[in-house]
Design a protein around this ligand. Structure first.
Ligand code: MG
Length: 449
């Protein structure tokens, strides 16, 4: 191979070293100059939205094409509840805004796209921005030939510990489910139960006719019934049962899902303190975050919060005052990886750990974002698990693998997940993306979900 060909075949920094060995100031200086300039410019040429629902959720995937033929990136813009809104935001606002811009100026593009509409911090705009943002990180990794976790500083752990979901009205059945997870290597399990005759989050329990008969005229039959007092009683009993049967070595997570009044949530956390939960999740709705200072003083139960946060300032006082132990934002709803990595870094300074939201309404591309961040931050706490079926893996080749309670990266460049667009097209959106806000109290007033 001639000297000219050797220099062409290797990256600029390596070429400088080779040129130095081969001698001659010309090529060496040229290589050094090229290395200082960084990568040649690459621009966004097109943006495509791929709408697909191969599982129970509506997933919105963003594909960003570049000026290098064949090089593209994928990001997750999934707003399960109103997927069409995030999709329209991308097509009408962000696509025209980003075409022609440089792919490698990720933060500048994030900051300018964030304010381009003047009003900001809504879940539609944030999810749309997350789709573009994730695709740009994917492109950068592919361009450099490295997984995204290396761009974030490299692995600090070999794989990502997961917590699995269990739920049952029957506490013996719940115990069996927990034992199964333990047998499969899981160190942390989420436990949910319900109240017979009442509805609530987590077990799909049905409100009975006898309960409906107790409601006032005008409220009978208008909705499922959630009763916070009964829920607190049932949840304390659940902790008591599981701890007495499986001991204290396994971590137990419980999702309160914001439904009780703030002082009832405090009572619940105080009552489960002896059972030492791994964390109590979303004890308060975002509207009640002002209670966290009192909450923190009243109970030592570890608190996880943030699934519904969308605003950049919502989480900050909770973290800076050390009122919570775990931050668990839904990463696409806060604007994607660029925002989440800054939240994670801020949390590290205050000893707050991460537990990013990760159920089925996070796409495989979104789970890959969680994974790369989890692998590269020291203040990672735990990751919520979603099991990926085979037909889902056919739509999303490279979906992260789960084994023995851990999530593994496949170490391919970028986020490591691709999409088979033909396969994706076989699974159109499944109508309106779920309904929350259905449960009401006995008297007919709404319960915040
Ligand atoms: Mg939750």
């Amino acid at each position: 191979m001639k000297r000219r060909d050797i220099l062409k075949a290797v990256p600029a920094a390596a070429a400088a070293s080779i040129a130095s060995t081969l001698g001659g100031p010309g090529p060496l200086q040229a290589a050094q100059t090229a290395a200082r300039r960084g990568m040649p410019p690459l621009t966004i040429t097109d943006v495509k939205v791929i709408a697909t629902a191969p599982s129970n959720s509506n997933w919105t995937i963003v594909k960003v094409m570049t000026s290098e033929p064949g090089l593209y990136g994928l990001g997750s813009a999934t707003h399960q509840e109103v997927p069409q809104a995030a999709q329209a935001y991308i097509e009408k606002r962000l696509k025209p805004f980003v075409i022609g811009k440089r792919c490698d100026e990720i933060d500048d593009l994030w900051q300018s796209a964030y304010v381009q509409e003047y009003f900001r911090s809504g879940p539609e705009g944030n999810n749309a921005l997350s789709g573009i943002d994730g695709a740009l990180w994917d492109i950068l990794g592919k361009r450099l030939g490295v997984p995204v976790y290396q761009l974030l500083g490299g692995k600090v752990r070999a794989a990502v510990p997961l917590y699995g979901h269990t739920q049952s009205m029957d506490l013996n059945d719940l115990e069996d489910q927990v034992r199964k997870y333990i047998e499969n290597g899981y160190q942390v399990v989420r436990i949910q139960t319900g109240v017979p005759g009442f509805s609530g989050y987590g077990v799909n329990a049905k409100t009975s006719d006898a309960t409906q008969a107790l409601r006032p005229d005008g409220a009978k039959g208008i909705s499922p019934v959630f009763d916070a007092g009964r829920y607190v009683n049932a949840t304390v009993k659940m902790f008591e049962h599981i701890r007495s049967k499986v001991g204290f070595d396994i971590g137990l997570v419980h999702d309160v899902h914001e439904r009780p009044a703030p002082n009832q949530a405090i009572q619940l956390c105080k009552a489960v303190e002896p059972y030492r939960p791994f964390f109590m999740e979303d004890c308060l709705s975002p509207e009640d975050v002002g209670w966290f200072q009192i909450f923190r003083q009243e109970t030592s139960a570890p608190l996880a919060m943030g699934e519904l946060f969308v605003n950049r300032q919502e989480w900050l006082p909770l973290v800076a005052n050390r009122w919570i132990d775990f931050i668990r934002c839904h990463i696409s709803a806060i604007g994607g990886l660029s925002q989440a990595r800054k939240i994670a870094a801020t949390c590290e300074m205050f000893g707050v750990r991460t537990a990013w939201h990760g159920p089925g309404n996070v796409s495989p591309v979104g789970h890959a974002v969680n994974l790369h961040l989890d692998l590269s931050i020291i203040n990672f706490g735990i990751q919520e698990e979603n099991k990926f079926s085979d037909h889902l893996r056919e739509v999303f080749p490279g979906t992260p693998e789960i084994a023995g309670g851990y999530l593994y990266a496949n170490d391919r460049p970028g986020l490591g997940v691709d999409i088979d667009e033909k396969a994706a097209a076989r699974y159109p959106y499944k109508g309106a993306g779920g309904s929350r806000g259905n449960d009401r109290r006995m008297d007919g007033s709404i319960v915040r979900p």
